[in-house]
Design a binder for this molecule. Structure first.
Ligand code: SF4
Length: 107
């Protein structure tokens, strides 16, 4: 198969070889003073927040045994998908301060 929507066949093979977790592991994350995304207090069980578990490409949202959604900020790609999917009524979302956050190392 040749190029498909701008992706060369070699790109597809690289994705298969490395896998998503390995590629994300190449990125570097620098901590900000405060997490740049926070679940608003009292919203941990809000159904809108559960969308983030499905859509976060880095898999940073999880539901605990009490049915609360938890976020681990390390590894955030700053893509904004959770903000769009869940909304700002349940998430406080800002970009990290300059010098903090993700540094992409692949692609
Ligand atoms: S901004 Fe993107 S990578 Fe970061 S927590 Fe939200 S969905 Fe996940």
């Amino acid at each position: 198969m040749g190029d498909v929507q701008g992706h060369a066949e070699g790109d597809e093979n690289m994705s298969e070889i490395m896998g998503l977790k390995a590629k994300l592991g190449l990125d570097v994350f620098k901590h900000d003073k405060e997490p740049h995304i926070k679940i608003k207090p009292g919203m941990e069980k809000d159904p809108r927040l559960k969308r983030a578990i499905l859509v976060c490409p880095a898999g940073l949202y999880e539901e605990n045994q009490d049915g609360e959604v938890e976020l681990t900020i390390d590894g955030c790609l700053e893509c904004g998908t959770c903000r769009i999917a869940c909304g700002t009524e349940v998430l406080e979302w800002y970009y990290p301060a300059g010098g903090a956050g993700v540094q992409f190392r692949f692609g």
